[in-house]
Design a protein around this ligand. Structure first.
Ligand SMILES: [Zn+2]
Length: 172
């Protein structure tokens, strides 16, 4: 309490369990512990955590409303805006789990960012926790088209369906 903890110490305390970051997230999101990170405090570096109070704030008491969350998820097509993974895709860090999406601030709250839709994006929990430091580079168009041309008709139809939902105004 009141002391800045490094990710390394948490890893050690967790017996080097691979899931320590997820546990931090669960304690924060599901049990409401106010575990601060660099996203909440400009004075903290990435990988540093701080608990200042044992007061718990359950997720429903947070400032981003259910409506705003739903709006942002819908606008971002239920897709992580960093790595492109979709909600419900297999979690690359734990194949037994499905990916969940979180709502992230473009400008951190610690730097005055607001809880308004224009400052919010959908991010998978891995990207949100910085497990994937930078999302993979966007696929090159020629490579992408090559993949689609070589795909099965069934997969091509799947892509077409997805594009039609994404760009309804361009549907014939
Ligand atoms: Zn992601």
């Amino acid at each position: 309490m009141g002391r800045v903890i490094e990710a390394r110490e948490l890893q050690e305390a967790a017996g080097f369990a691979a899931e320590w970051a997820r546990r931090v997230r669960e304690l924060r999101n599901e049990e409401g512990y106010q575990i601060l990170s660099h996203k909440d405090r400009a004075s903290l570096k990435p990988g540093q955590y701080l608990i200042e109070t044992d007061k718990r704030v359950p997720a429903f008491a947070r400032s981003i409303s259910k409506e705003t969350r739903a709006y942002v998820l819908e606008r971002n097509g239920y897709t992580c805006q960093m790595c492109g993974a979709g909600a419900g895709d297999q979690d690359p860090f734990n194949p037994a789990r499905k990916l969940r999406l979180a709502i992230a601030h473009i400008i951190d709250k610690s730097k005055g960012g607001l809880d308004t839709p224009s400052n919010l994006v959908a991010q998978c929990t891995n990207c949100n926790e910085g497990l994937q430091n930078a999302g993979p580079p966007k696929p090159d168009r020629a490579m992408l088209m090559g993949h689609i041309r070589r795909a099965t008709k069934d997969d091509q139809r799947h892509v077409l369906q997805w594009l039609r939902t994404k760009f309804p105004e361009e549907a014939p």
